[in-house]
Design a protein around this ligand. Structure first.
Ligand code: ADP
Ligand code: MG
Length: 357
């Protein structure tokens, strides 16, 4: 059942339309990631839900409650920002208690709730420290505790991991997800990091220029992107320009390429691109069926190895597990060598540039 609902939400700053006609439903206990390039309206959306920015049109609902005009402190949201915005002159416990004071929670109740919030993020033992005496990861957890202490019904996270180094980010990401699931928090997570969105979210909404291009589970968005923008933004892909000439018939230059018949049911657009993920392409010897190519460069990335190839339809990247590269025809495949690129029709989608255009 949906708990958080954004209904035709719009936000205009001066002349910029930051968010346009946004419709989103987030189920009770669900984590939905808002993903998109810088400036696409993610933070504005979050700030409208928190009540810091007034929508120019549309409604925000928490359950049955219309909170569009409710002030921030009366909304029961807990928010974590990119910069943690901790008060440096206060102790950890005082930082966490701040939201309770703002909400006029009785003093007698405050201590127990602060203690509980610090326990959730495993910082009880540092309650009396100042933030300056904590590591980045610990400061981030104080910010989390400060958001959790108000017992939010909607949890809002705006790029909460972006100040952390890669290793710590992974750790904090898993912690946030575990906590969110354990507490059953209805959550909006803003990120521009596709890996973070794919690994953390129940569903994700890919945004661009103030609108949602696609909403779906990580699998849906990765496997069935609606257009080239989404395909490019989520994971890596090869795009070959051409046109759809009937179900499963994609023509590019002098080639007819294998393509999922499913794609033909989309609205007919002449200018399309065939999208194939690098990990769905096999390299066969020259002369085998497939798209003729020449290897330009191979790069070893540990778990996977990539081959950057040239074809008369443009560059195409192939990625395979490095174990395959050790024991098949791929072994010792050198730059300059001629090969054939193969993929199954179901792994190639004909996509328009913009599904909504
Ligand atoms: P994101 O979080 O996705 O990077 P934002 O929501 O911060 O994007 O911004 C969306 C658009 O609104 C951008 O074009 C940005 O420049 C503009 N914008 C954001 N905040 C303001 C503001 N306070 N005044 C004017 N324009 C703003
Ligand atoms: Mg932002």
């Amino acid at each position: 059942m949906s708990y958080l609902r954004l209904d035709n939400l719009q936000c205009t700053y001066d002349r910029t339309v930051a968010v346009r006609n946004l419709n989103l439903d987030v189920a009770q206990g669900e984590l939905l990631a808002l993903l998109g390039p810088s400036g696409c309206g993610k933070s504005t959306t979050l700030r409208m839900v928190a009540g810091f920015v007034k929508p120019s049109a549309g409604r925000i609902l928490f359950g049955e409650r219309d909170v569009t005009h409710t002030p921030p402190h009366a909304r029961d949201t807990g928010m974590v920002f990119q910069g943690y915005a901790l008060f440096m002159h206060m102790s950890v416990a005082e930082n966490v208690a701040f939201g309770l004071q703002m909400r006029k929670v009785p003093r007698s109740e405050q201590a127990a709730r602060v203690k509980e919030a610090l326990r959730l993020v495993q910082l009880e033992h540092l309650a009396e420290r100042r933030p300056a005496a904590l590591s980045g990861g610990q400061q981030q957890r104080v910010a989390l505790a400060r958001a959790l202490v108000v017992q939010p019904t909607v949890f809002l996270l705006d790029e909460p991991m972006s100040n952390l180094d890669a290793r710590l980010r992974m750790e904090v990401r898993l912690e946030i997800r575990a906590l969110q699931q354990r507490l059953g928090l209805t959550t909006l997570l803003v990120t521009h990091d596709q890996e973070e969105a794919l690994t953390t979210a129940d569903r994700l909404a890919v945004m661009d220029h103030g609108r949602v291009r696609q909403i779906g589970t990580p699998q849906q968005v990765y496997e069935q992107p609606v257009d080239q923008f989404v395909a490019n933004f989520i994971g890596r892909c090869n795009l070959v320009a051409g046109r759809l000439d009937g179900p499963g018939v994609f023509r590019a230059g002098a080639h007819t390429l294998p393509c999922a018949p499913l794609a033909a049911t989309r609205s007919p657009v002449t200018e399309m691109a065939l999208m194939v993920r690098p990990d769905r392409i096999r390299i066969a010897g020259a002369g085998a069926p497939g798209l003729p190519a020449r290897v330009k460069l191979s790069t070893y990335l540990g778990g996977t190895t990539e081959w950057h190839c040239e074809t008369d339809l443009g560059p195409i990247t192939v990625a395979q597990p490095s174990t395959l590269a050790h024991d098949t025809a791929l072994r010792g495949l050198a730059a300059g060598e001629r090969v054939s690129l193969q993929w199954s029709p179901e792994h190639a989608l004909a996509l328009p540039a913009d599904a909504a255009a």
